[in-house]
Design a protein. Structure first.
Lengths: 429, 1048
């Protein structure tokens, strides 16, 4: 075993603090140079044996033979890889801790029309889960309310903060809708007939149409001054009509996606499909419509019994080939740490390696409208990146040595690492 | 005797039921005192000039059938009626023996259905006891359904209209349903209707109206049947004797099952797998069983044939899936499309395999679909003789009335079906006779007005031409009156009392108002009648047939013997990606691979493997190819042993948990292996070759496990890895103490970890005492044994005893340190060791103790946080346990992860630097050890099974993709073949979808829910009462996004 070697490599976990006592990284105090690594810039290609200089939380220069300011801390990263911080889309990080304990669950508000709720209001910066996610290279997460129809608004959170306020990277940054199910539930405990199921689906679609129609009327009445009373729900919906937020629609079935495209013809919202299991069936259509897809099942089982065993695995490649603007997500909470591996699995099934990296960095940044500062390694952007001693997408390579968010060095310790250390003490005994 | 007087009033009324009343003198009334006059109606009847189908394959033309007093007196070939007989001219008619339905609930009280229980109602753990009934509410074996049988004329009518005269009947409720009776459908006294008082016992897997928790799963039902049959045999020896704990109880249910081997059983099944499962149990007890089939038997025809059992087939075929909306096919599986096409061919397939069967109306949504479906079966290749046998002789055998019903022969019951035409082509039943009484549905010699007629005696007021009457009666009687080129449709056209009547407004023809017509047959081709004018005047008229009239009721031969051809494939299993046949076993020379042996040889570069007769024969460099061996160039490939999953819930039918009683050690996953599960194939595509199928974790001692090799295409028995020693699932913690089952589930012991430990201790103590009791009995003298009852065989205790003796290995669902230590304490006191802890998320905290105890561990790579007992789980768990000498494996507990255990193992390389060789062992050699099959599998070692996986990349890497998976020298997965198969699946789907769409409305006829129940993804904690269909699980593990993935 190479446990000891690992311990030394991390260098950040010498303290025996408990996970909830982890201290957020301090603001960058002086210039730092990462020297001699392989830099995956994402937007500017891959640079071997290159340096990366950042100052005051911003990237200053990337390349060879950089001019180094006085007082620069130099970190030798020869043989290691630098990537932009991984951005996890479609998560419930910080708003759920232990699903079996209701008191720790802040994901679903009452009712099926709750556009007013904002995920960051419940975001627990001290969640025990979050540090375990950082450990696998994730620096940011989109936190999304759950629910059956109009769920509410998501925020992009830095995964290292004192509280949600200083953790916000972008907020609110999306209105989330669960598209009514199409297709039939065929499980043995479904008691409704296909006809009843279709009727319910139809009713839900009509309800959704009605909600958007009313929201539009409300918005226009507010604009014209005709509506003076404020309704939190309709007020929240106005951000869509003002173009302040994108519309994220959670949908997997191709019939749902087709319905969404048709629905949006009337509204012209900036649209993101979340989930998108069947997106491979209509990749050309999605590319032509310029609709982004956040593919949520990179490790998914086939959606249907007759589908090829790798239909989910090979979806990212098919989306890339068709020119769809897409990202890979790993919806969930504790298991979001597998996001990079899921992108690696897409490579095993045909996706180009650099596209796979982009699908968890720059792609998400674009979809969330923060690509001007996050998601790639370029001068002028945030100093948010990770250093791995090996290939971050591969279990055999990933080993995060350093993480910086806005130039702040992040503690990579976590509950697991600490319990691991604690019980190693017992072996020594 | 209200019943009798009702009949008498009917007799007197003498309306259209004339035929019935004449025959009503049958001896229905032998012990009841007569009130009023004694009736002696003549009851000798002769059917002359008939075509008699006396039994399948035997047809007599121009014969006379004589019946008297409800029985057949004779069949006369000379076509003469005995004097004094009422003669019925049956020329042009065919007479069949009355049909027999051997699976019916006619005339017995119907059960209530248990209300949908679930977590919203309090659990019921015991049965209401009365009169010596069984302890389980699904057992009604003591019922003799003849005791409460009452004729029911409205229910009878549904049968009679289809030609049935006799049914074997019992209440269709529960597992042991009681003993059936075979009765006539005649509207008579029950005393007279009974043909065979007590026939076969009826049974099924479905607990029906029982409100009791146990059994909630298919395997629970099977275990209950097995225990009940053993109990019945014990009761035979024990009844009336002294047991160790007092006099042997009276048990009416067990007493009733004493002669089951003689009476036999009719057992209802819902698919061919359940038929085979039932047969496994009943054949063990040598019970002769007739299975009520499902229509799926063709899918495993050889296996069904091998049971040697007769079947009762519902004549119900599925309606096609709804496909008219765009992309509706996304909800439709190839398996269902195939079944839609082939289901009507099931009877023919069985007949060709020489399986005996009868038909039943049971399972039909609409009785009137019966004959169209029989004809459909005939179109699909079933011979008419076999079809008739299924309705007569075969059915009579099953119903225990072969000596009196099912044939036309002297002495047999006068139960007859009279049809116009061949019933198996396009004939129609005109009447059905029960015990010599007619039930008339259509007139025997109907007056036929169809055709064109020219009227004389009454003409249009204008023009030269006479009136023409055109009568058509395809679906509805229609009459059109025309003259010259004018046509008027008559209203109110109807035919009754052998008269054609209609009314027409004749203004078009120059008459004023509506005229009413009436015609009757005068002679061949001539009608006579009257017309009542608008003024009320009556004019006598006649009508002559036009020359172009077809002879009456021209039979259509359109649907006769049109050879049916199928576009669907029939594969094993009969689903997408099924195989045409099992792959051939090959002798192989695999060349130049990187071989990951998972044994002490480590990783061998540029190495050859010789596979012979399914075993690894040689491993080495540059080996020479033995003659006749197939060479595989594996340059650039990595080869590992097949992956073994210690904890899987794939390939299980109808429930993973018998989560009702706290100990259910008697239930067996091996009873419910589902060879049709696509996850077998998907897991092969991920390099897995062996899965240990485990019972869920809802009770401290759950059910017995079953290791399978993923031999996709084999049947359930063929999947079983028989070399594996017996195993069992145990469980600790939140699930077994019902922490998340809701407020009503707080009564079952145990509700705490304290109680879990004690309950388990008690169970094993009882098992010891059980053994002692059996041993004490064995030691008794013969004289003592005559007095003393033998101890009852208890499968639950027997299983626990096997555990005690380390003949059955425990796999214990466990999470936290305290419960693990407690269990090890308890079992050490009982003198045995836990074999393998599974999940064991806090194993790292007590690894030293586990190692000292001698147990092994099988864990998740990185799951945590989904409940409080998983909050201290860490991804370094495997490393810490391995480091302290606990042989550890990584399991999936998920049909998703079972496809990628290689990278799950790699997580220990990632999180705690485990060596790659050790990581590989965690999914090969170590799980083999945990199943005690390491002598056969788990590494690439000479002498072991050639279970091999070919990878295109380092096998622990995220980039590795399985290229081929072999089991014992047979190639079960090949990525190139898979790519080709996708095309084939897509093409077949497209063709079948087009066939459904092309068939239009016709495709929608049939049973609306006629497809196989889909088996869900089972999770450890899934609570599903498959009989009452309520479902509950704590599905909050952060896995929902996989849709199908799941957890522990």
């Amino acid at each position: 075993m190479k446990l000891k070697a690992l311990l030394i490599g991390l260098g950040l976990v010498a303290s025996a603090a408990h996970a909830h006592n982890l201290v957020p990284g301090a603001p960058q105090s002086g210039p730092i140079l990462l020297q001699g690594g392989t830099i995956h810039t994402v937007t500017q290609g891959r640079l071997d044996s290159a340096d990366l200089l950042f100052v005051d939380g911003k990237i200053v220069a990337v390349g060879e033979n950089l001019q180094i300011p006085e007082g620069t801390t130099v970190i030798d990263i020869q043989g290691q890889h630098v990537y932009p911080g991984i951005i996890a889309l479609d998560t419930t990080l910080g708003i759920i801790e232990i699903p079996a304990i209701r008191a720790t669950v802040d994901t679903n508000e009452v009712g099926n029309f709750t556009p007013e709720v904002m995920a960051h209001h419940a975001f627990n910066a001290d969640s025990e889960i979050i540090p375990t996610i950082r450990y696998n290279g994730v620096t940011h997460a989109q936190v999304v309310p759950q629910g059956p129809l109009v769920r509410g608004q998501s925020s992009l959170m830095k995964l290292d903060s004192w509280n949600w306020r200083d953790g916000i990277e972008a907020s609110p940054n999306g209105m989330h809708v669960t598209w009514p199910r199409t297709g039939l539930n065929t499980s043995p405990w479904e008691r409704r007939t296909p006809e009843q199921q279709r009727n319910t689906q139809q009713e839900q679609r009509e309800q959704l149409q009605q909600l958007f129609a009313t929201a539009k009327v409300y918005h226009e009445a507010r604009e014209s001054g005709a509506q003076t009373r404020v309704d939190q729900r309709w007020e929240a919906m106005r951000s869509l009509f003002k173009g302040e937020q994108k519309l994220f629609v959670h949908a997997d079935d191709r019939r749902q996606i087709e319905q969404i495209l048709a629905f949006n013809e009337a509204y012209g919202f900036e649209l993101v499909i979340m989930g998108g299991r069947d997106a491979w069936m209509m990749a050309d259509e999605l590319a032509a419509a310029d609709v982004s897809v956040v593919f949520g099942a990179a490790y998914g089982l086939p959606s249907r019994v007759d589908e090829a065993y790798d239909s989910a695995f090979s979806t990212p490649k098919l989306l890339a080939d068709a020119g769809v603007n897409f990202a890979i997500a790993y919806p969930g909470f504790w298991d979001v740490r597998n996001l990079a591996f899921a992108a690696g699995n897409a490579v095993a099934y045909g996706l180009d390696y650099d596209q796979a990296i982009a699908a968890i960095t720059y792609g998400p940044a674009q979809i969330l409208g923060v690509a001007d500062r996050l998601g790639s390694i370029e001068a002028g952007k945030q100093a948010t990146f990770i250093v791995s001693s090996g290939d971050v997408l591969d279990h055999l390579g990933q080993d995060i040595q350093h993480m910086f968010i806005d130039g702040r060095a992040i503690d990579l310790s976590n509950r697991h690492w600490q319990l691991y250390q604690k019980y190693q003490e017992r072996i020594v005994e | 005797m209200m019943r009798i007087s009702t009949k008498q009033s009917l007799l007197l009324a003498g309306t259209s039921l004339l035929a019935f009343s004449v025959a009503a003198g049958a001896p229905q009334d032998q012990t009841t005192p007569v009130q009023g006059l004694h009736h002696h109606n003549p009851n000798l009847i002769a059917f002359t000039n008939a075509t008699l189908i006396t039994e399948p394959g035997t047809q007599i033309e121009n014969a006379t059938l004589v019946i008297e007093n409800g029985a057949i007196r004779s069949i006369e070939r000379n076509n003469r009626a005995p004097s004094g007989a009422r003669v019925i001219d049956a020329s042009g008619y065919t007479i069949y023996p009355g049909f027999i339905d051997p699976y019916s609930n006619y005339g017995v009280e119907q059960p209530g259905r248990a209300t949908n229980r679930g977590r919203s109602s309090a659990p019921v753990y015991s049965n209401q006891r009365e009169g010596g009934n069984a302890s389980n509410a699904a057992i009604h074996a003591e019922k003799n359904w003849v005791d409460t049988f009452k004729p029911d004329s409205s229910q009878a009518r549904n049968y009679l209209q289809q030609g049935f005269t006799t049914v074997q009947s019992a209440r269709l409720d529960g597992i042991f349903r009681g003993r059936a009776t075979t009765v006539s459908l005649a509207d008579t006294l029950p005393n007279t209707a009974v043909y065979q008082t007590r026939t076969q016992h009826f049974g099924s897997f479905d607990k029906g109206s029982s409100p009791q928790q146990y059994p909630q799963s298919l395997m629970g039902s099977i275990a209950l049947i097995r225990q009940t049959l053993a109990d019945a045999s014990w009761y035979q020896d024990a009844a009336g004797k002294q047991a160790s704990n007092g006099q042997v109880e009276f048990n009416a249910a067990l007493a009733a099952l004493q002669n089951l081997q003689r009476s036999g059983m009719v057992f209802h099944t819902t698919n061919e797998q359940n038929l085979l499962r039932a047969h496994q149990v009943f054949s063990q007890f040598e019970i002769p069983v007739t299975y009520v089939g499902s229509g799926f038997e063709y899918a495993r025809l050889d296996d069904v044939k091998a049971t040697g059992a007769a079947l009762i087939l519902p004549m119900s075929f599925p309606a096609a899936p709804e496909l008219s909306d765009q992309f509706a096919e996304l909800d439709v599986s190839l398996a269902n499309l195939r079944h839609w096409e082939r289901a009507p061919g099931n009877p023919a397939a069985l007949a060709n395999a020489n399986v005996r069967f009868a038909f039943t109306m049971n399972g039909l949504e609409k009785p009137q679909d019966f004959w169209p479906n029989v004809r459909k079966a005939v179109q699909h290749g079933l011979s008419k003789d076999r079809a008739l046998a299924a309705l007569t002789t075969q059915a009579a055998e099953i119903a225990g009335v072969a000596e009196q019903s099912g044939k036309l022969a002297a002495g047999y019951r006068a139960d007859l079906v009279i049809s116009r035409g061949d019933l198996f082509a396009d004939g129609e039943i005109v009447s059905v006779w029960t015990q010599g009484h007619e039930n008339s549905f259509k007139p025997m010699h109907p007056v036929d007005f169809n055709g064109n007629w020219t009227v004389s005696g009454f003409a249009p007021a204008q023009g030269e031409a006479a009136f023409s009457v055109k009568v058509t009666a395809s679906n509805r009687l229609q009459v059109e009156l025309s003259a010259d080129d004018k046509k008027v449709r008559a209203s109110n056209a109807r035919q009754d009392d052998e008269q054609l009547r209609f009314a027409v407004n004749l203004e078009e023809f120059g008459h004023q108002g509506v005229y009413r017509f009436s015609f009757k047959h005068q002679s061949q081709g001539q009608l006579s009648g009257t017309v009542q004018t608008a003024a009320g005047e009556v004019v006598t008229i006649t009508a002559l047939a036009n020359d172009d009239n077809e002879s009456s009721s021209a039979p259509s031969t359109a649907n006769d013997r049109q050879a049916v051809s199928y576009i669907s494939d029939l594969t094993y299993p009969n689903v997408a990606f099924g195989r045409d046949a099992l792959p051939e076993q090959k002798n192989l020379h695999i060349r130049n691979a990187t071989v990951w042996t998972a044994d002490d040889q480590g990783v061998l570069e540029n190495t050859d493997i010789i596979v012979r007769n399914g075993l690894i024969h040689r491993i080495g460099e540059n080996l020479s190819t033995p003659r006749g061996y197939e060479v595989i160039d594996a340059s650039g490939m990595h080869i590992t042993p097949g992956i073994i999953d210690e904890h899987s819930h794939i390939a299980i039918s109808q429930g993973v948990n018998e989560g009702t009683e706290a100990i259910t050690a008697e239930v067996r996953i091996g009873d419910v292996v589902n060879p049709d599960d696509i996850h077998i194939y998907r897991s092969l595509a991920g390099g897995t070759t062996i899965a240990h199928l485990l019972h869920g974790s809802a009770n401290p001692i759950g059910g017995q496990g079953q290791a399978i090799k993923l031999r996709w295409g084999a049947n359930a028995e063929g999947l079983k890895f028989k070399e594996t020693p017996p195993t069992i699932k145990m469980a600790l913690g939140e699930n077994v103490k019902q922490s998340n089952w809701g407020e009503l589930y707080t009564v079952r012991y145990p509700q705490t970890r304290m109680g879990v430990a004690k309950l388990i201790q008690d169970a094993f103590q009882q098992a010891r005492e059980y053994e002692a009791e059996h041993q004490a009995y064995e030691r008794m003298s013969r004289a003592e044994k005559r007095r003393m009852a033998p101890p009852r065989r208890d499968y639950r205790m027997e299983t626990l005893l096997q555990i005690l003796k380390s003949e059955r290995h425990t796999h214990v669902h466990s999470y936290v340190a305290s419960e693990v230590l407690a269990l090890m304490d308890v079992v050490e006191q009982q003198g045995f060791r836990i074999h393998t802890f599974t999940h064991i998320l806090e194993g790292y905290k007590v690894a030293k103790e586990i190692a000292e105890h001698g147990a092994r561990a099988s864990s998740f790579a990185d799951w945590w946080a989904f409940k409080i007992e998983a909050f201290d789980a860490i991804p370094q768990n495997a490393c810490l346990m391995m480091e302290q000498g606990v042989h550890t494996s990584i399991n999936s507990d998920s049909n998703d992860l079972q496809r990628r255990l290689n990278t799950e193992a790699a997580k220990s390389v990632r999180y705690c630097g485990m060596s790659e060789n050790d990581a590989l062992k965690m999914i090969t050699l170590h799980p083999a050890e945990q199943l005690e099959i390491a002598d056969y599998v788990g590494s690439i070692t000479v002498g072991k099974h050639a279970d091999l996986v070919f990878w295109n990349h380092h096998p622990l890497s995220a980039y590795a993709q399985v290229q081929q998976t072999w089991i014992e020298g047979r190639k079960y997965f090949d990525r190139q073949d898979d790519l080709a198969m996708r095309e084939r699946v897509a093409a077949e789907r497209t063709a079948l979808i087009q066939k459904v769409l092309g068939a239009g409305e016709e495709a929608q006829q049939g049973h609306r829910n006629g497809f196989r129940e889909e088996q869900p993804t089972w999770h450890c904690e899934d609570q599903f009462d498959v009989w009452n269909q309520w479902y509950s699980a704590e599905h909050a593990h952060g896995h929902s996004h996989h849709g199908f993935g799941g957890a522990h």
